[in-house]
Design a protein around this ligand. Structure first.
Ligand SMILES: C[S@@+](CC[C@H](N)C(=O)[O-])C[C@H]1O[C@@H](n2cnc3c(N)ncnc32)[C@H](O)[C@@H]1O
Length: 369
């Protein structure tokens, strides 16, 4: 494999030389023998900052590829005991080279991640797969003593774009994609983590969760005990939306609902996580540990929107369901008073004001406070 040396954060890294694996001038990281995607640097930067904030003494990078995360956790986050694992021998060769290049003590394994995670425990476990993390959640939750970081790139299933895929991978009941689908997907992923944790008599608390580009990333605290599991399960439910008038209904059941106003079938489903998507204090600490100004701004939007737990509104959808012209996000926030931008959607905002007030701000008559 032809290699190129780069730097990411404070780590020197050998990666497959992209020019060797390009096709017709284009390069996709999945075409190289070992995966390294520079576009995931943000995900890794935030993970490094998360570990700096919560200070675990051990970490397992279960699907390590080039070893970049494990090395950054060791060198930048200062984690004492770090394991880098990948089942692909080509990746393991590269991880060993990178560990040597950085002259650090990182344990390297070449196992199926599920096998590894039922043998080893760590205070932080990282699962960063291609596509769905669902097949690895139980073992990761078993192995994790305190924290878990999960990436998912199968947005089609999580957002309910494919009901059958959502059913297979996440045991989700889907009735169609809602206007706040990005948030629905993130909540569906957390819902799956909560249910798998409950099987192991563990509860989880989301500390930081976000959507970016084409993936979700979730950091949770894992707590042992059936009581903790039951507490987390109480936050699961179903969310429905009328595609015609935008009416939203929360429910405890998976049922085919018809909008009481328009009589059309409602979209959405579940079970999804209805609790908070993060912890403001932890996010503040994470922000203090990122050096990139854009990353800090992104985290600031996340922190600010946490106050509003109800799903975001999309201004185009609001305009079409109310047969009016779209208002700017800034106009809506100003009119609502208690509202914020959301990282999920540049045309979205979150608020704790009632739907009547949202309609009023669209210019549809005064009906509420
Ligand atoms: C998306 S890449 C990981 C990227 C890496 N974490 C990073 O930040 O650059 C997924 C990796 O998981 C490995 N993998 C896939 N299935 C696995 C399994 N069952 N056990 C261990 N490794 C696995 C693949 O070989 C691949 O290197």
């Amino acid at each position: 494999m032809k290699l190129r040396e780069i730097r990411e954060g404070e780590v020197k890294l050998l990666i497959p030389d992209p020019s060797e694996y390009s096709k017709e001038g284009r390069f996709d990281p999945s075409w190289a023998p070992v995966f390294y995607n520079p576009r995931m640097k943000f995900n890794r930067d935030v993970s490094v900052a998360f570990l700096k904030a919560v200070k675990p003494r051990s970490a397992i990078d279960g699907m390590s590829a080039s070893g970049v995360r494990a090395l950054r956790y060791k060198i930048e986050s200062g984690v004492e005991r770090v394991i880098a694992n990948d089942k692909d021998p080509k990746a393991v060769d590269l991880i060993r080279k990178n560990v040597e290049l950085n002259k650090v003590d990182v344990l390297v394994y070449s196992k199926d991640v599920n096998a590894l995670l039922y043998e080893e425990r760590a205070e932080f476990v990282d699962i960063d797969p291609f596509g769905t993390p669902a097949p690895f959640l139980l073992s990761a939750l078993w192995s994790s003593v305190r924290y878990l970081g999960i990436t998912a790139t199968d947005l089609t299933a999580l957002e309910c774009s494919s009901a059958s895929s959502a059913r297979r991978k996440y045991d989700l009941t889907c009735f169609g994609k809602v206007s706040f689908s990005k948030e629905f997907g993130l909540r569906a992923l957390i819902g799956r983590i909560v249910r798998d944790a409950a099987v192991l008599e563990k509860g989880v608390i989301p500390l930081l969760s976000f959507y970016k580009d084409y993936y979700y990333r979730v950091f949770v605290e894992v707590k042992r005990g059936s009581g903790k599991a039951n507490e987390a399960l109480k936050n699961l439910g179903f969310y429905y939306e009328c595609p015609k008038c935008g009416l939203r209904i929360k429910s405890e059941e998976a049922c085919r609902l018809f909008c009481p106003i328009c009589k059309v079938p409602m979209k959405g489903g579940g079970p999804i996580w209805l609790g908070s998507l993060g912890d403001q204090e932890v996010i503040t600490k994470i922000s203090e540990n990122v050096s990139d100004e854009r990353e800090r701004k992104f985290l600031e939007v996340l922190r600010a929107e946490l106050i509003y737990n109800d799903p975001y509104y999309n201004t185009d959808f609001l305009a079409s369901t109310n047969r009016t012209r779209p208002k700017k996000v800034t106009e809506m926030i100003e009119c609502l008073g208690s509202a914020a931008r959301t990282h999920f959607d540049p045309k979205g905002f979150k608020t704790n004001k009632p739907p009547e007030k949202v309609k009023e701000c669209l210019g549809l008559g005064r009906t509420g406070s």
